[in-house]
Ligand binder design. Structure first.
Ligand SMILES: Cc1cc2nc3c(=O)[nH]c(=O)nc-3n(C[C@H](O)[C@H](O)[C@H](O)COP(=O)(O)OP(=O)(O)OC[C@H]3O[C@@H](n4cnc5c(N)ncnc54)[C@H](O)[C@@H]3O)c2cc1C
Length: 594
């Protein structure tokens, strides 16, 4: 089943959850109007469906390979990448000063969803380049920006992110890669990085690695980490490519999914040391890397939405074709398409509702990013930056968790054929499994939400956000529409549960931090359900205002289903947060180690 970009659904989420009209009217989008946004998304949809999607299965089956020390991507990959660059897609959201189109983040985010749905393993390459662009733009010296940004923005060169080492994954303070100062102001880098996505490939002439390393006199832990730009090929003063740098790909991982995305073991400084250039200040590299990681975390959340969308499209198509059993409406001697069975309908509604809720959360996070970057009023920019900080772990973890859940429901809807590779449902399931792991595991995202984001501004950032969710609930209740069923009541309960769990965590963090941390994962889920449910309700309110939509309009059905069937888990999650820590921590670590 070929992929079709959900342009209408994306526009609906942009308009209702992300408040596109207000952004345009307020001048935040700097003259970009709705028609332009729709046209870009539709065009991205065509490129995704026509160029990227046909390579998705080939990429999965062939994978990237290491041949004579060089990574070779699957057939068609290099050509598709060249078309992606020629189409100007890489610089969609990048600054004009470096050759980008400076389109709003909401547009770049919507386009990224499309690349990732069409071909997740392909989309990962630009995802990392974009993160590297953000970090360089924010903290690179003028000379580094001039040399590297134009080619990274155009896509002529790609970027990578080098954090992980064998003994330093979630705990980056443990990393050992060494950097030595040189008399000419450059540095030499020595060490091994693992799991580096697109660490090598033949699609571009150069690859720009952003590498975390430690100077000899650096303080221990995370305060002693610096960030270096290490090009695969050194760039001469006139901008032309010079000698090969001392960096190689020593191996490729064999993985459960995303086979076409090369996951590389990178060796720096096997000879004289890889030449590196400092980005930002010495020992403050983690702060710069966080710029890249925050952008990448939202982008990984979008990958979750993308695979959920793809799984849903496949499952809906299969459910229309596959015939089994009968319903009351089935004619004698025939079998019913499985889409007519109540249990399959529930499965498909679950897939749709989770996907749309996660999309809304990601697009709202992108919207706040636009305000944080572009609003004229500094206070408005600061408030939006706090909102981005609060929502980023939710966008990453909730969306990637539901990406896996929706993918597994997708396999189930296919029955036995879901387990067989031909239908493609299995690939989505395999590809999705990495999403809750990389870019900071979802457990780490939950801890970030509880220990760093909830306490922002003494808890005021979260409190203001929850109050805003509550106001939408009041609108839903006040609308009094029979087709909304118990949507207002159920979502009101979910938001109240979020408020109660937030309050409890606020004091638990002071009195018993371990109990607070034990509740972090259920809390993040509760946050995602409440926020996602409210955003869908905003879509339902808008549909209800549109007389032509009628009671059976999809946004109303999806929002009501979410509220009455999925958001109902909120109360249980709240109980797990406020009352579940003791039993979660009842068995000592030794008892769990046998
Ligand atoms: C396909 C793939 C691509 C990747 N791409 C890149 C890349 O491009 N660049 C890069 O630098 N890295 C990359 N990674 C690495 C990835 O980001 C890490 O695997 C991830 O951050 C987790 O680190 P880890 O594997 O060491 O797991 P660990 O840190 O060992 O974690 C194991 C488990 O313990 C939990 N845990 C760890 N610490 C804590 C804590 N303090 N409190 C509570 N729970 C904790 C984790 O949540 C996890 O469930 C990639 C990995 C893969 C598999």
């Amino acid at each position: 089943m070929t992929y079709q970009a959900p342009v209408d659904d994306i526009m609906h989420a942009l308009k209702t959850a992300a408040g596109l009209d207000g952004l345009i009217a307020g001048g935040v989008l700097e003259g970009v109007d709705e028609d332009t946004i729709r046209a870009v998304i539709a065009e991205a949809g065509k490129f995704g469906a026509e160029v990227l999607e046909p390579l998705d299965t080939i990429g999965d089956r062939t994978g990237s390979r290491l041949v004579d020390g060089k990574v070779v991507t699957p057939p068609g990959w290099k050509e598709a990448y060249a078309r992606y660059v020629a189409g100007g897609w890489n610089g969609l959201g990048a600054p004009e000063a470096w050759g980008g189109q400076h389109l709003p983040q909401v547009v770049a985010t919507a386009a990224a969803e499309i690349w990732d749905s069409a071909n997740l393993a392909f989309g990962l390459c630009p995802l990392l380049t974009h993160g590297a662009i953000d970090a360089l733009e924010a903290q690179g010296s003028e000379a580094l920006k001039r040399t590297y940004l134009p080619k990274m923005v155009s896509g002529e060169w790609t970027g990578t992110m080098n954090l992980t080492e064998p003994h330093a994954g979630s705990d980056l303070g443990a990393l050992r890669t060494r950097a030595e100062r040189q008399p000419d102001g450059t540095y030499r880098i020595f060490g091994t990085k693992i799991f580096i996505t697109y660490g090598d490939h033949e699609m571009t002439d150069n690859i720009i690695h952003l590498v975390l390393a430690r100077l000899p006199d650096a303080p221990p832990g995370t305060r002693g980490i610096s960030l270096f730009l290490v090009p695969k090929v050194l760039v001469d003063p006139d901008g032309s490519l010079g000698a090969r740098n001392d960096v190689t790909c020593a191996g490729l991982e064999h993985k459960l999914g995303i086979h076409a995305s090369p996951t590389c073991v990178m060796k720096y400084g096997e000879k004289d040391g890889a030449v590196g250039y400092l980005v930002g200040e010495e020992n403050r590299g983690l702060n710069v890397m966080f710029i890249m990681m925050n952008a990448a975390r939202l982008a990984v959340g979008v990958q979750g939405v993308a695979l959920a969308e793809r799984a849903t499209q496949r499952a809906m198509a299969y459910a229309r074709e596959r015939r089994q059993g009968r319903t009351a409406a089935t004619r004698a001697g025939e079998m019913a398409p499985i889409v007519e069975h109540a249990d399959i309908r529930r499965s498909l509604m679950t897939m749709k509702a989770l996907t749309q809720a996660a999309r809304a959360i990601c697009l709202v996070t992108a919207r706040e990013t636009d305000i944080a970057r572009r609003a004229k009023d500094p206070a408005e920019r600061a408030a939006a930056a706090n909102r981005v900080a609060l929502l980023t772990p939710v966008a990453k973890a909730f969306s990637t968790d539901i990406g896996c859940e929706v993918a597994t429901i997708g396999v189930q809807v296919h029955g036995g054929m879901g387990f067989i590779e031909e239908t493609g449902a299995a690939q989505i399931y395999r590809d999705a499994r990495i999403l809750p792991i990389y870019e900071g595991t979802n457990g780490i995202q939950a801890l970030d939400l509880v220990t760093r984001k909830l306490p922002l501004e003494g808890g005021k950032v979260a409190a203001a956000y929850i109050a805003e969710l509550m106001r939408t609930m009041e609108e839903v209740r006040a609308s009094n529409r029979p087709e909304f069923g118990r949507m207002g009541e159920r979502l009101g309960e979910a938001v109240a549960a979020l408020a109660e769990a937030s309050r409890w965590l606020g004091s638990a963090l002071q009195q018993s931090p371990e109990a607070a941390m034990a509740g972090a994962t259920p809390y993040l889920r509760l946050f995602g359900l409440a926020a996602g449910g409210v955003y869908l309700a905003r879509g339902a309110l808008a549909a209800a205002r549109d007389d032509a939509a009628g009671a059976a309009a999809q946004p109303i059905a999806v929002a009501r289903f979410f509220a009455e069937n999925l958001a109902t888990a909120a109360g249980g999650l709240k109980d797990a947060v406020v009352g579940g820590a003791d039993s979660a921590l009842m068995l000592a670590p030794e008892a769990l180690s046998a």
